[in-house]
Design a protein around this ligand. Structure first.
Ligand code: FES
Ligand SMILES: [Fe+2]
Length: 333
C-alpha cells in the first residue's frame, strides 16, 4: 500500500498482520494530560449556546421532534415555509407535552385543548432560535449554555451534499458531554479497543507535536479478512460538544464523521444523560459516484465505523469515564 497506492488504490491487502496482543501498546503516547489539554481547549471554544437535537430529515411530517436538552423539553418542527422552528415542549396553557401533539400545515396543535403555535411567540410560549444546516438541526438555549449567543452554530466543514452520502446515528449514555468528547480526543484506543474495525493505527500528529490543535491518525478500516481501507483521519474539536474526523488521505477524502454530544438532563437516579448524535457525511472522488451508488462498498466501512459495535463501545468508554470522575477515581484527572 505504500505511497503510490494511497488515494488511488483504496483497498489493500494487509501484509504482516500483527496479532491484537502483539501490536504496539499506545498507552505511553496517550498521555492523560495531553487528552485533558485538548478537552480543555475544546471546552473553551464558543458554542454560542447551540445544541444539536437531531437529523434534519427527522424534522418534518406531522409530528414535531421532541428532545430534552439539559432538562428542558424542546420541540422542533417545520413551518409552512419549511423552516425549522423550535420552542419549549410544555404547552403554555396547562402543560401538555407538545412532543405528542400533531403538526398541521406548519402549525403545532396542542392535543389537549387545541392551542395552536405557528412558531411565533404566543400565550406565553416563546420560540428558541433554531438552525437547519442541511444534515443536522440545532437549537439555541441561552439559559442552558450561558455563553455569549452566536447567530448560527459552529458547523463543521463538509463535502458538497450532492456528492455525499449522509447518515445520522443517535444514542444516549450515562455521562456528560465532556466524556463523549474525551473519548473522541483519545485516538490511541482505536486499534486496541475496536480491533474489529481498525487496525494498524498510528497517531502521526498530536496537538503537542504538530502545534495545531488536531490529531492526525493513520489507520486502516477493516473490510473483510485481510482486506483493509487505509486512510488518514484528522480529529478536531471546533466547539465544546463536537469532535470532527476529516478523512484527508485515502478512500473517501473529504468525508467527515461528526460526533455531537448533547446533554439531556438527569435520569431517575440523578445521573447525567447525554445524547450522542453522529453525522457521517461520506464523499468519494471516484468517477460516477452519485447518490444512486450511495451503497458504494468502499464507503461502507467508513459509514459502518460510526455505527453498531463501535458505537456501543465508545459509549461504554464515556460512561466509565464519568463513573470514575463522579466518584473521584478517574486516574487521568
Ligand atoms: S394544555 Fe395545551 S391547549 Fe390546553
Ligand atoms: Fe472509539
Amino acid at each position: 500500500m505504500a505511497g503510490r497506492g494511497r488515494g488511488r488504490l483504496p483497498l489493500s491487502l494487509r501484509r504482516n498482520a500483527v496479532a491484537w496482543e502483539r501490536q504496539r501498546p499506545t498507552w505511553r503516547d496517550a498521555k492523560p494530560a495531553l487528552i485533558a489539554g485538548a478537552l480543555k481547549r475544546a471546552q473553551a471554544r464558543p458554542s454560542g449556546n447551540w445544541y444539536v437535537v437531531g437529523a434534519s430529515r427527522d424534522v418534518g411530517g406531522d409530528r414535531p421532534l421532541g428532545r430534552t436538552v439539559a432538562g428542558r423539553e424542546v420541540v422542533v418542527w417545520r413551518d409552512t415555509g419549511g423552516r425549522v422552528v423550535a420552542g419549549p415542549g410544555v404547552c403554555p396553557h396547562l402543560g401538555a407535552p407538545l412532543r405528542d401533539s400533531p403538526v398541521r400545515c406548519g402549525t403545532l396543535v396542542c392535543h389537549w385543548h387545541g392551542l395552536s403555535l405557528n412558531g411565533g411567540p404566543f400565550a406565553g410560549w416563546k420560540p428558541f432560535p433554531a438552525y437547519d444546516d442541511g444534515v443536522l438541526v440545532w437549537v439555541r438555549l441561552d439559559a442552558v449554555g450561558g455563553e455569549e449567543p452566536l447567530d448560527a452554530p459552529v458547523v463543521p466543514r463538509r463535502p458538497v451534499p450532492a456528492r455525499a452520502l449522509t447518515a445520522v446515528y443517535a444514542g444516549a449514555g450515562v455521562c456528560e458531554p465532556e466524556d463523549v468528547v474525551a473519548n473522541r480526543l483519545d485516538p490511541w484506543h482505536g486499534a486496541w479497543f475496536h480491533p474489529y474495525s481498525f487496525v494498524d493505527l498510528t497517531v502521526a500528529d498530536t496537538p503537542e507535536s504538530a502545534g495545531g490543535d488536531s490529531f492526525a491518525v493513520d489507520v486502516s478500516f477493516k473490510v473483510a479478512g485481510r482486506l483493509v481501507v487505509p486512510v488518514r483521519a484528522v480529529f478536531t474539536a471546533p466547539e465544546p460538544r463536537t469532535v470532527v474526523m476529516h478523512i484527508t488521505e485515502g478512500e473517501g477524502v473529504g468525508s467527515v464523521v461528526e460526533t455531537h454530544a448533547t446533554p439531556l438532563g438527569p435520569d431517575a437516579s440523578g445521573r447525567p444523560r447525554t445524547a450522542v448524535i453522529e453525522a457521517v457525511v461520506a464523499a468519494s472522488d471516484r468517477r460516477g459516484f452519485a447518490l444512486a451508488r450511495a451503497a458504494a462498498p468502499l464507503l461502507r466501512p467508513l459509514v459502518r465505523a460510526a455505527s453498531g459495535r463501535l458505537w456501543r463501545d465508545d459509549l461504554a468508554y464515556a460512561e466509565r469515564r464519568w463513573e470514575l470522575r463522579s466518584t473521584g477515581r478517574f486516574p487521568g484527572a
